[in-house]
Design a protein around this ligand. Structure first.
Ligand SMILES: Cc1ncc(COP(=O)(O)O)c(C=O)c1O
Length: 500
């Protein structure tokens, strides 16, 4: 841990830039100290302006000629977002079929889970019954746990297994390697976060991908990028994933990227898009020739020379099916035969009118993000986090376990009432005996300081720690040293008043 005086000096160098940046956020005019950025970020004026502009445009998207500007704006936003998530991808595919808008990360995962479940269900029908596994990280947000639990309740051939946490709160990659080696033929999917919401830990996605490539290349990887989307470039660099698709499925929310609520995204990798395209091609072939033999032959050929064959289950012309159908992307509807055909190969496109009011802001939102010195801001915010921890650690009631290598043991042996838990990036996580962290959260709220107290939608994580609650401060580049000093003084006052 760097000395706080050195940190103070380094922070001062950023001060003019940060003061200027703060002026972009109308919410900060209300004497608010906002340390809840991991939950939802504040919106800059540029995004609010784009929102107002959207209201001046009439109509629906992709419906009529008179709504061209609206449609263009929404499509440009989709392209900008795609390029932001995949900065090194050659170009955004013109049809944008690799990125679907959802309402948020939770909706994206609730769309993904049943789509995959249905696909696997069809694949394993007629095969020798056996269990197939989904690996879910113990540190996941509930949004990336519950949809998979629900799926396993629906299909009893699916079983959930957990990638456990180690005592230093990182994921147990030895367990993962071992599991992949033993169960490569039954492991369908691994799903985890790029960055944990509780303590900001960055997961080594590059290493996880290498394990998969080596031992279980057919297993799909789903990445919950809710916490990682904003500083996406930096996490990709840290994982050395610049010129690669980080995962088969990536989900996130724009309200954690200084954007509006009501916009999430779900991306699919080339191999998933290909899977659907391939089965669509086979289907077209089937319609054309109506010759069973030919289809089977073609199916055999495609099978033998591609890597899409999932585990040892036959593709059987299956594809990921749309869960929600209706208006949009329809090719034909035949009431006589009670049949319909849909347009695109991306199975996750959502039928009906999207959330246009928010979607018109995506372009401005991403352009604004691209205009920021994100690497400097990332470093600044991390310095501020270090400063926060070092000031907090000076209080007599506080034990600093922020770098603990065995937090469970340290918690069991602790002698102080307040502990700083392992936390990285822009997070500070503390616990106080007897639920006093909840009282402290309320006390700070009375002083216009927003922090988050509770289990942060991560019950299994808190079960591992054996804690009922934690208090989380999550910083953004508009936060300042003065805000931290003010907050530390209040925390000191609270602890002096409430602890013996
Ligand atoms: C890691 C992670 N996943 C999922 C979510 C859910 O995001 P949303 O509420 O936008 O669906 C959150 C929200 O905090 C999160 O931090």
């Amino acid at each position: 841990m760097q000395d706080y005086l050195t940190l103070e000096h380094k922070l001062e160098q950023y001060a003019p830039q940060i003061q200027k940046f703060r002026q972009e956020f109308p919410a900060l005019n209300n004497f608010l100290i906002y340390f809840d950025n991991a939950a939802t970020s504040l919106r800059p004026q540029k995004v609010l302006d784009a929102f107002i502009h959207g209201f001046q445009l009439a109509g629906n998207v992709e419906r009529s000629l008179h709504t061209e500007e609206l449609t263009t704006l929404v499509k440009q936003g989709q392209e900008a977002l795609y390029n932001y998530i995949f900065p090194q991808a050659s170009a955004c595919p013109q049809d944008f079929l690799h990125l679907t808008y959802t309402q948020n990360t939770t909706e994206a995962l609730n769309l993904l889970a049943p789509t995959l479940g249905q696909f696997w269900y069809k694949q394993q029908q007629g095969q020798k019954p056996q269990k197939y596994y989904l690996l879910v990280a113990q540190s996941n947000h509930h949004a990336n746990i519950l949809p998979w639990l629900k799926l396993a309740q629906t299909y009893n051939f699916l079983e959930i297994k957990t990638i456990p946490l180690k005592n230093n709160l990182t994921l147990d990659l030895d367990f993962l390697r071992d599991f992949c080696q033993k169960h490569a033929q039954q492991l369908l999917l691994i799903t985890l976060s790029s960055v944990d919401n509780v303590n900001g830990l960055i997961h080594p996605i590059g290493e996880i991908k290498s394990i998969l490539e080596q031992f279980s290349p057919h297993t799909w990887l789903a990445l919950d990028n809710a916490q990682g989307s904003c500083f996406n470039h930096i996490y990709l660099q840290k994982n050395q994933l610049q010129d690669n698709w980080p995962a088969d499925f990536i989900v996130g929310s724009l309200h954690k990227m200084f954007g509006l609520t009501g916009i999430g995204y779900l991306t699919i990798s080339q191999r998933i898009a290909q899977l659907n395209k391939q089965s669509q091609d086979l289907e077209l072939l089937a319609k054309f020739f109506t010759l069973k033999e030919e289809i089977e032959q073609s199916s055999q050929q495609t099978k033998s020379n591609n890597t899409l064959e999932h585990l040892n289950l036959p593709l059987n012309n299956h594809r990921l099916e749309h869960q929600w159908v209706g208006g949009g992307f329809v090719k034909s509807v035949d009431l006589e035969t009670a049949n319909y055909n849909l347009q695109p190969t991306n199975p996750f496109l959502i039928a009906g009118t999207p959330n246009i009011n928010s979607l018109v802001t995506v372009k401005a939102n991403i352009d604004w993000l691209n205009s920021l010195p994100l690497e400097d801001f990332y470093s600044y915010t991390h310095l501020l986090q270090q400063y926060f921890i070092s000031k907090l650690a000076q209080l007599p009631q506080v034990a600093d376990f922020s770098r603990s290598l065995n937090i469970v043991q340290d918690l069991a042996n602790k002698t102080q009432d307040v502990v700083i838990l392992p936390c990285t990036g822009h997070h500070i996580l503390i616990n106080i005996e007897d639920g006093l962290d909840i009282d402290l959260g309320m006390f700070l709220a009375q002083h216009n300081i927003s922090a988050r107290v509770g289990k942060h939608c991560a019950y299994p994580y808190h079960d591992f720690l054996g804690l009922d609650s934690t208090l989380r401060f999550s910083l953004a580049p508009f936060n300042t040293k003065e805000e931290v000093d003010y907050t530390i003084n209040l925390i000191a006052q609270f602890l002096n008043d409430n602890l013996d």
